[in-house]
Design a protein around this ligand. Structure first.
Ligand code: S5P
Length: 456
């Protein structure tokens, strides 16, 4: 069956309708596609699965799924024809028995290709991806039989997914128009409707946040994307190490509250070092409270972080208003949101990460990027692909060798981090825990920079 024959068959069985239809959203649409009844037409199912097989046979994936209900029988046939295994997701989360939400055999880290019948806005695809990602399955590609959206491709791309459409709305309109099965007026009506519901295209914006630009410029200028996390408890040790490592780093990350002997001279000395060795200052305070409290934690108390730290970290668990609390009325400061963590068993899931990205997208002047981690290069790439454009990835949990500590920290290698998309690596004990912090920092720097240059 050719694509044209398939479209004409759909029209014949009433799966493509023109008229006036009230959608779930309440909008009245001049057309309606409903592929549910296709299961009653074996030759149509055979035809569509052949066309899909042709479309996906060279794509890379381990398992195949269809979004219930309509696409599941279609995906079953496609899987059968390609001799690939099929999985599917329960519609209701299961909390009893095995608690398994994905039916079928799969291994964590396997790539799943998702088939669906239609795409309108892309929202349900993103939700599907999230529920698979929660179970450790990697989703990158969606294949739809009909793309009835105006910009589904862009909407999915924003979240890091690729849409492959077998047929788009224009192809259907053109064919039916050529066969005199639809009037010119109707075509216009359909096009006007689609244009009216599509979200305006967002241009890829240049980076507007001056602090993000500043970090990027410093990385380039200093030819280093190494951030030292200097988590030592005495000022003596702090500045001794900094004297050795300062020349190698683009930024210094502090936990000022772990110093045993913090005093009023600390900040001015730190700033002097930052000037001397030309690095930026980042306090990893991890603000996570209501706006009013973080505002005081940032500006007041012993440390007065807002006075000297150009970047801070934020846990978005309290919601978007934390950004207002932190930055309202302050210039020249920015944040990194913890949208993933490196510690074993942390409670962050894909949905939480995505919400962090949405908040950052709305606040580009207050957020420079995200802290993140991943199991391997692929996993990090998937994570970073979902970032709003122009946002940076800083990655802790990095050492020269993979491993872990006894308190839940997990390490990946410098190469994995940067190849996956880390713009900066954050290294603590790997450097300050070494007998020769200066020498080892040089090695970290060189290895990270080599991968960074390769990637860019
Ligand atoms: O998920 C995270 C986020 C951060 S900011 N995992 C982390 O390890 N960090 C911080 O990075 C942590 O607080 C510490 O300061 C540093 C990693 O230190 P290391 O000694 O394990 O390299």
């Amino acid at each position: 069956m050719t694509k044209e024959q398939f479209i004409l068959e759909l029209q014949r069985i009433g799966a493509i309708k023109f008229g006036s239809f009230t959608l779930k959203s309440g909008l009245v649409s001049p057309f309606y596609f409903d592929l549910r009844d296709m299961i009653s037409y074996p030759e149509l199912l055979d035809g569509v699965s052949d066309l899909l097989v042709e479309k996906i046979k060279d794509m890379e994936f381990d398992v195949l799924t269809g979004i219930p209900y309509t696409a599941l029988p279609i995906a079953s046939l496609v899987a059968f024809k390609l001799k690939k295994s099929l999985v599917y997701m329960r519609k209701e989360e299961k909390s009893y028995g095995t608690g398994k939400n994905i039916i079928g055999k799969f291994k964590e880290g396997e790539k799943c290709l998702v088939i669906d019948d239609l795409i309108t806005t892309g929202t349900s695809k993103i939700e599907t991806a999230e529920s698979y990602e929660k179970e450790g399955v990697i989703i990158k590609d969606f294949v739809v039989v009909i793309d009835r959206s105006a910009n589904g491709t862009e909407e999915l791309a924003k979240q890091g997914y690729k849409l492959h459409s077998m047929i788009n709305l224009n192809e259907i309109l053109e064919l039916l128009q050529n066969k005199n099965l639809i009037s010119d007026e109707k075509v216009k009506e359909v096009n006007d409707f689609t244009a009216s519901i599509s979200k305006p295209k967002q241009e890829e914006k240049e980076i507007s946040n001056p602090l993000t630009k500043k970090l990027l410029a410093k990385i380039k200028e200093k030819r280093s994307n190494l951030v030292l996390s200097l988590d030592v408890t005495s000022q003596k040790e702090f500045f001794e190490i900094l004297d050795e490592v300062g020349p190698e780093i683009v930024m210094l990350k502090t936990h000022v509250d772990i110093l045993d002997d913090y005093d009023e001279n600390f900040v001015s000395k730190l700033q002097e070092y930052a000037r001397k060795y030309d690095f930026l200052i980042f306090e990893d305070r991890k603000f996570a409270d209501i706006g009013n409290t973080v505002r005081k934690q940032f500006r007041s108390g012993i440390y007065k972080i807002a006075d000297w730290a150009e970047y801070v970290t934020v846990h978005m668990v309290a919601g978007e208003s934390i950004l207002k609390g932190l930055f309202d009325g302050i210039e020249g400061r920015s944040s990194f949101i913890l949208a993933r963590m490196s510690s074993k068993g942390n409670l962050i899931n894909e949905t939480y990460s995505r919400k962090c990205f949405e908040i950052a997208r709305r606040n580009p002047m207050l957020v420079s990027g995200f802290i993140g981690h991943g199991k391997n290069v692929e996993d990090i790439k998937c994570y970073k692909a979902k970032f709003p454009s122009g946002m940076l990835l800083l990655m802790p949990g990095v050492k020269l060798e993979k491993g872990s500590d006894s308190m839940g920290q997990q390490y990946i290698t410098v190469e994995e981090a940067v190849q996956g998309g880390a713009d900066c690596i954050i290294v603590g004990r790997g450097i300050y825990g070494n007998e020769n912090p200066g020498e080892i920092a040089k090695i970290y720097r060189e290895r990270a920079w080599k991968e960074y240059e390769k990637r860019n």
